[in-house]
Design a protein around this ligand. Structure first.
Ligand code: AMP
Ligand code: MG
Length: 335
């Protein structure tokens, strides 16, 4: 059976993944760029990706026993993302495509988060709460497109968590460590009250913002609150804003499925909040396995698989990357 290869390289992660033509997923082989200090410098991340790409590809096909002759098509993240990083993925995809004479499929990274979630969880027509490093969006399908109903007006929620973590000496990615510290606080203080540590609540209509809460959280630590307490409050406030907008999106669209996607969807607390909100309104919450929440090549392959069923291949001359590609850019013709 043929395999669709997927290449992810929008930001910190370079990853190969695959999906068989019947929809059976092949776990990704990935490398994460971790800056020694500071944030992700796009060019340094791109250098990391291009250095590792050859060995990573070999590891992926060897580990999964995939003869190159079985690869039917090569899907890659065409946007949105960091230009230098996207360019590495696109170049690798083009070279492979030329070498093995198999077609290219340029894929929208955000839409891929939705499609891997649908494949993995079996939900059909969800509102997607996409909470990742660089992106935070609430998305729903309507009139042949995935429409952005609400989104961050400044930084992504994961980026906010990572930046806060960095101010406290916690290396990238900071989200998992913040989750751990927040849980420790709650376990030690089961009656903890948010009244003791209020942070800005960044909801503006259907949109979100996270830069204010970042500044305020750093200040709370400077004021003497414990890091654990601030992590807990940071999660409670920022996740609540996402859940509020997601709930309104369910109400406006009349949909009754909420799907989580993006790296922050690995967090048990945002999963719990999603579930509680959905139960409250007779809806259902879904999330894919953690390996498919974070950026991965398998999700790119899955969207590629759906697109080629409708002959949506990408010609070499149309394969340029688009760092600011919008979620609603692509016409959604597949089921
Ligand atoms: P992505 O950009 O979708 O690959 O996701 C990466 C982002 O997810 C980073 O900002 C991480 O800090 C964040 N992340 C990963 N695991 C967790 C977690 N358990 N809780 C909160 N954020 C997380
Ligand atoms: Mg992502």
């Amino acid at each position: 059976m043929g395999v669709i290869l997927g290449i992810e390289s929008t930001a910190h992660t370079f990853s190969f993944g695959g999906v068989y033509s019947n929809g059976k997923t092949i776990s990704s082989t990935s490398a994460l760029f971790r800056p020694e200090e500071g944030g992700i410098h796009p060019r340094e991340a791109a250098d990391h990706h291009s250095l590792l790409s050859g060995n990573l590809f070999k590891e992926f096909i060897t580990k999964n026993d995939i003869p190159v002759s079985e690869i039917d098509a090569i899907a890659f993240s065409q946007g949105p993302g960091l230009g230098p990083c996207l360019r590495v993925g696109a170049s690798v995809a083009r070279s492979l495509s030329e070498k093995i004479s198999k077609p290219l499929i340029g894929v929208n990274h955000c839409v891929a988060h939705i499609e891997i979630g649908r494949l993995q969880t079996g939900c059909d027509d969800p509102v997607l709460l996409y909470v990742s490093g660089g992106n935070t969006q609430v998305i729903a399908r309507n009139g042949g497109r995935y429409r952005v109903i609400g989104e961050t007006l400044d930084i992504g929620i994961g980026n906010m968590l990572d930046k806060f973590a960095r101010t406290q000496g916690i290396p990238f990615p900071g989200g998992p460590k913040i989750e751990k510290l927040a849980l420790e606080w709650l376990n030690n203080n089961p009656n903890a009250s948010l009244d003791e540590i209020i942070l800005p609540y960044g909801v503006q209509g259907m949109d979100l913002s996270f830069s204010g809460i970042l500044t305020a959280a750093v200040q709370k630590v400077a004021d003497g609150h414990s890091l654990q307490e601030v992590c807990w409050s940071l999660q409670e406030h920022s996740f609540s804003t996402c859940i509020e907008v997601a709930e309104r999106a369910l109400a406006h669209t009349g949909k009754n499925e909420l799907l989580l996607g993006g790296g922050v969807a690995c967090n048990e607390r945002i999963r719990e909040m999603s579930e509680l909100m959905c139960i409250d309104r007779g809806a259902k919450a879904f999330w894919p396995e953690k390996q498919y929440c974070i950026d991965n090549g398998t999700m790119i392959a899955e969207l590629g698989r759906k697109m080629i069923k409708h002959n949506l291949y990408t010609k070499l001359e149309d394969s340029a990357i688009d760092p600011s590609m919008r979620t609603d850019h692509a016409e959604v013709v597949w089921d």
